[in-house]
Design a protein around this ligand. Sequence first.
Ligand code: AMP
Ligand code: MG
Length: 401
Amino acid sequence: MMHSIDDAKEAILAAVLPTLQTQSVSLDEALGRISREKMCATVPLPGFDNSAMDGFAVSSEDASTPGRTLRVVGEQPAGPNENLTIEAGEAIRVFTGAPIPEGADAVVMQEDTKAVSDGVIEISVAAEPGEFIRRAGTDLCQGQIILEPGLRLQPAHLAVLASQGIYAVTVSALPRVAVVTTGNELVPPGAPLQPGQLYNSNAPMLSSLVRSVLGTATPVSHHHLSDDPCATTSLLAELRESCDIVLLSGGVSVGEHDHVKKSAAEAGFSGELWRVRMKPGKPLFFASASDCSLFGLPGNPVSSFVTFKIFVESALWKRCGAANPLKMSRFLSGRLAEDLENKGDRPHFVRVKIDAETGEVHPTGPQRSDALFGLSQADGLVCIDANGRLNAGTEVSVQLT
Ligand code: AMP
Ligand code: MG
């Protein structure tokens, strides 16, 4: 039996449960982590009325005509409030971010003034009330929600937290991930290559994919197995105890050396799902053992990559308590530069590059499941339905890689 992509996604997500464990991390370590608390603003933004420009704080009533001269009676830089005051006929030199002096309700920017004598300026434009003043609380009010649980922390979220004086945030604990590559033909980079061998490229690809989803601090252990059923069974039995997520590549197809499914069952994994109607990635395998999820990804590099993007990514987010794991992948739309046809009976994920200038979408390299270099040139994936055809110029949605 072959599963549809949607059914497989649903079954996998149903089997992966959010962790209950949380931890407090500093903002420095929080990028990409999933928040687990709700927070409200305690400090409004801006915190006080301040100048949006380098210029002169004035009373708009007083400075209502171009050509008006004003006496500069003080200077307020950004920083501690000097508690200065202006009277009629006066201005105070201010800089961007400076607190607005008492009596002023506008700022005339420096470029609209000239010095006429020592300590006297002339304005060349009329000041409008409120002009170039950033009023307290106009960006963020006290009490407003700034963080919800289940959100993936991005740089601007961390900046908002810092703006509140917050230096640590509660996030989901990271899962313990194992990347297991399989294959007698594989050699680690750095070792000499014998005829018939190739370097193991899935290991760094899969661990960095995990870290691109959950943050660079995610602990990932690496293992390599020869095509040996006993060794596979014993490693999987060990990993089901020590890991939350196992990403295994290779050995899930139908060849004699593809023993992973059997080994997984022997190691105590159950609820197996195997084969998905998609290209590349058909042999995808998934099974669980109590709290541990095992993904058997096809060994071909592009198949491994695509099945990670389509199934593993959302599962990792769900595991970490994301509120909307299926809605977190990023998409861009663009127009196809050429006709694309899928003559097969499975949806085809085509690797594409989006031209930064024209927005046109171009396939990259041969669309084979081993074509790793073409994958490295791509920005994303376009899915073409089984037996589907998309003409040049069609607007397509690109899942960013
Ligand atoms: P398999 O799924 O084990 O039948 O592998 C399918 C293809 O992917 C074979 O050509 C393998 O050599 C290749 N392959 C499997 N694992 C890796 C890996 N870790 N790095 C690079 N290529 C791999
Ligand atoms: Mg293999």
